[in-house]
Design a protein around this ligand. Structure first.
Ligand SMILES: Nc1nc2c(ncn2[C@@H]2O[C@H](COP(=O)(O)OP(=O)(O)O)[C@@H](O)[C@H]2O)c(=O)[nH]1
Ligand SMILES: [Mg+2]
Ligand SMILES: [Zn+2]
Length: 331
């Protein structure tokens, strides 16, 4: 059933103009350099998109990505052509800053589409970084998905509960779990999050254990696991592709490669989602446009002085806010 793969009334409506064309609704399950793998009612197909689709997209951000629903014309030997991309329910974007012809440029990169829930995975080893989790939470809050935070590799940490408490102070309404992915039984509580037709993406740096968690949930060595180098703690031979996996009892998992740099794409206002604590405090600042730096009557600074908010948290807020303001300025 299409619904097993996440199809809903939202897409049925958009597919109406194509109903009599003989074309199929298809979900992109994997992206390669020059083609995609899609899932359809006629099975998996290898597809490309037409020049027209590329032209109409008008930019990279509008081209199909993993998780998208597209309209495919089936062709012999399990091939096909993408004629259109259906509008997304949600998507994640990051900024791909770089230079072209000596000029700085910004570019929106859509990472994945139509994700309902994100497991933000972090390892409790030397790579642990609270500020990175804040960044991921901001990414998720700009996307319209929900977040669950998984602190993996409890076996490599003497005081996992302390880390959990620390993370809970920045997690807002997102639940935080401790686990050791190598023990599949510990992952049963995650399986409960899977619902038919719902897509759960695992995000986090390379080597934190995303693929191990997926294998554990599936009770199957499906995803390749990366070796972690002892010298730098970084994963090697890890997941190189974003990919959707249908869970046998319903629900869809998305494995992701680690992103070396995660620059945000969004609006400064989006921070209200991932920094609700600061946002709430700010309601009591004397000035409505208070920046919480040196202003008199700043309720945020007062909270820091009273030990109710921590300075690193505010620094992180300022950093992400200026990143997003700069982005808007340059767009
Ligand atoms: N000690 C320990 N190692 C783990 C745990 N989970 C995963 N690993 C190891 O971490 C490395 C990277 O795992 P992988 O799943 O490929 O990470 P990914 O890059 O996030 O997909 C592998 O060597 C795993 O065996 C865990 O709970 N404890
Ligand atoms: Mg992986
Ligand atoms: Zn203030």
């Amino acid at each position: 059933m299409l619904e097993d793969w996440g199809w809903s009334a939202f897409f049925t409506e958009q597919f109406k103009p194509w109903e009599k064309s003989g074309y199929l609704p298809a979900r992109v399950i994997r992206g390669e350099k020059n083609y995609f793998r899609v899932w359809t009612l006629a099975g998996e197909l290898t597809v490309r998109f037409t020049g027209k689709v590329r032209h109409q997209a008008g930019g990279r951000a509008n081209l199909p990505v993993v998780g998208d629903w597209v309209v495919v014309e089936p062709q012999p030997s399990s091939r096909g052509i993408i004629h259109a991309r259906l509008e997304r329910k949600s998507s994640f974007s990051r900024n791909l800053p770089g230079t072209r012809k000596g000029k700085e440029r910004i570019e929106q990169q859509v990472i994945a589409a139509n994700v309902d829930l994100v497991f933000i995975v972090s390892g409790l080893d030397q790579d642990f970084n609270l500020r990175r989790i804040e960044r991921y939470l901001t990414l998720v809050s700009t996307s319209g998905a929900e977040a669950v935070i998984l602190l993996n590799k409890t076996d490599l940490c003497d005081n996992p509960e302390e880390y959990k408490e620390q993370v809970e102070t920045i997690a807002g309404n997102s639940p935080v779990y401790l686990c050791m992915a190598r023990d599949a039984e510990q992952l049963d509580l995650l399986v409960r999050y899977l619902k038919p037709g719902q897509t759960i993406a695992l995000l986090g740096s390379s080597g934190v254990g995303k693929s191990t968690i997926i294998n554990g949930m599936l009770r199957e060595e499906r995803q390749k696991i990366g070796e972690v180098s002892l010298s730098d703690g970084k994963g090697r031979h890890t997941t190189t592709h974003r990919e959707l996996i249908l869970f046998p009892t319903g629900g869809i998992l998305m494995d992701n490669p680690g992103m070396r740099e995660l620059h945000l794409w969004g609006e400064a206002e989006d921070l209200a989602g991932s920094f609700a604590d600061i946002d709430t405090l700010a309601l009591n600042c004397k000035f409505r446009n208070c920046r919480h730096i040196t202003e008199p009557g700043c309720a945020v600074i007062k909270a820091i002085e009273a030990g109710e908010l921590n300075q690193e948290r505010l620094d992180s807020y300022h950093k992400l806010k200026s990143e997003l303001s700069n982005l808007r300025h340059r767009r």
